[in-house]
Design a protein around this ligand. Sequence first.
Ligand code: ZN
Ligand code: ZN
Length: 812
Amino acid sequence: MKVQDVNPAATASAGPGPGRRQPAAPGELLGRLRARHHGTDPVTHVERVPARPGEPAPWPRWTPEPLRAAFAGRGVAAPWRHQAEAAELAYAGNHVVVATGTASGKSLAYQLPALATLLADPRATVLYLAPTKALAADQLRAVADLGLDGVRPATYDGDTPRAEREWIRRHARFVLTNPDMLHHGILPGHAQWSGFLRRLAYVVIDECHTYRGVFGSHVAHVLRRLRRQCARFRGTPVFVLASATSGDPATAAGRLTGLPVVAVTEDTSPRGGVTFALWEPPLLPAAATPAPDADLLQVRRSALRETADLLADTVAEGVRTLAFVRSRRGAEVVAANARRALDEAVPGLGDRVAAYRAGYLREERRELERALLHGELLGLASTNALELGVDLVGLDAVLICGWPGTRASLWQQAGRAGRSGDEALAVLVARDDPLDTYLVHHPEALFGRPVEATVLDPANPYVLAPQLACAAAEAPLTPADLELFGDGAKEAVDSLVTAGALRQRPTGWYWRHRERPEVDLRGSDGAPVCVVEASTGRLLGTVDAGSSHVLVHPGAVYLHQGVSYVVDALDLADGCALVHAEEPDWSTHARDVTSLSVVSVRSYLDAGPVGLFLGEVDVTNQVVSYQRRRIASGEVIDTRPLDLPARELRTVAVWFTVSPRSLALAGVEAADIPGALHAAEHAAIGLLPLMATCDRWDIGGLSTAVHPDTEAPTVFVYDGHPGGAGFAERAYRTAAAWLRATRDAIAECGCEAGCPSCVQSPKCGNGNNPLSKPDAVRVLDVVLGHLPAPADGSVGGPTGGSGASVPRQPMP
Ligand SMILES: [Zn+2]
Ligand SMILES: [Zn+2]
């Protein structure tokens, strides 16, 4: 179930559960937690997020009375101002994106204009797209529960019985589906949908921030194909999008739909107050570090241990606490350590802590929730299965073990704390990682204006060509269509003609084959690799081909819904990895070697001794070995060789060059240049998710003291997907802010010679060697001294939105 995406005014919280004593004020509780840490203070920042009253607004005057009554029946007396604003914009015919916080009632913002239109015009239809079937099912329930006459909502996805499909096509007026079904089912069968598409008034795109990278780029073209089919009937549906808070949502929504989109970003829903602490585990003394791998000089106390201690401390205080941990194994380590610590203090107290994970039966989950809400259980360590799954709110404290990847996830998790009227405590415990470290030292990046943007690149030729083939198979392409599909469409069509897929006639371009093109929205990087449990033959999931060598090489520990498996064999010919369930107490980390050549430059900035470039590159990458590391301590157990073929990738990269002379003037000795660049590259990759929603698997890097194509010391950061995914481009557009954050993350880290919190990388192909922390700061100071500063001087001021039309020019 999606977490209470209804008007919060409707859900006045129940009072304290039976037999609960009043919890300590969060400020006092935090004071006692940090006091137990002798020596250094682990708290880097405390933010009091004040309670906010809601700002209700009148219903738009066009709201039909039955709709108003239906919402009132659900407890919504009036919309919040942002809901009303978005609804007014959409009703007036503007494409609009609502980008506000978790549980701010985004669904009302699109339900209001869409349902009002369905009630006012008995012919109109609405198409709703969700990233998951589960979310579509929730929305179906929400719309059906309103009990409005004649709306006839229905889901249409892979699970819809054949017998019902025709009824839905002919009679349903609020159709809920997902992009895959639109791509594979509805658009190829557009003739059967012509009545529905002809009358389409609104397209609702929920959780639109999930359409990012290569997948997002594909979805962008699926939406253009939809618009083309509507246009054949002179239909121009209004697009209403709902997004998590992000940097520049109007630009992202504009790229996704290809339309001008207005953003509503001010959240006027009420919220409870939270005391939010940022917590950095202390560095361990160098001598105490286990040293089978000499390159790991210094590490921090692990976030898991720190979280376990905090959980034990809050439970000992009688505070109901939920700890979020990324993996199931990690959640169990946290729960077990907390139980042990509590039992040592008061035998039996450990019984009040449990672990919670995906994979539990529904009844088991309900029982744990009940026990926690009633105070029989005081502490729960959970994987983020809870994040989307369950209705568990109103806790006294939430511990978040490691940056969950996006601000949306962070607030979703923190939002579990606090009941009406009570202040709650949330603690983010940093992992030993450059981004976590940066964030706990730069609270403005968490609590200020959002900077991470949802990026996609519809101009990617590896996405554009197959999508144009799909479009041509649906109806011949015309010159006007090429404009709809945007930059690069003409080139892509020409290449399809050359390849024999399309035939050019005076009236347009025709698909030449009987069968439709087979296109996977998740990537064109070869068929995905199936992950199969060897003993049962059960298909657990798929891994895209591009990351299969890294994620499911023989010996890899593979996590699926929080359950861990070990890979027995990777059969590249069959595209299949055989695994068995096992929960070893180590994790695995693949290592690779990379070479890169520049194909062309799209755009560049000449800044004297510093150059900044965006362009196409060819990358050759080979996964050569992997490390095993203890989960609890991070200690390296061993490094094992792998025998996998090299992979070739043409993609988009951002790179900067620095003249050797300017480096010498800055005090970087020639011999230290490789270590300086390498360290800067690692940290820059670690910090890119601050600017763009991506993770380590989406990007790669290479640094070299002299590159044959640039003839200068160079750092490359590239998209790990064929044709690029938009991440390198976002890095190019925000280079000054991105590299400033990188520089600060390194300079402010308390270690001496570099650690996983600043310049070491868990996936370094060279065993983190050479690395020079102080020289990396010098290099970045030279670069930043020459790049123009971000427009507004803040950390993430977007220095350019679209940029999609940068001409592609050959390398001089
Ligand atoms: Zn460090
Ligand atoms: Zn490296």
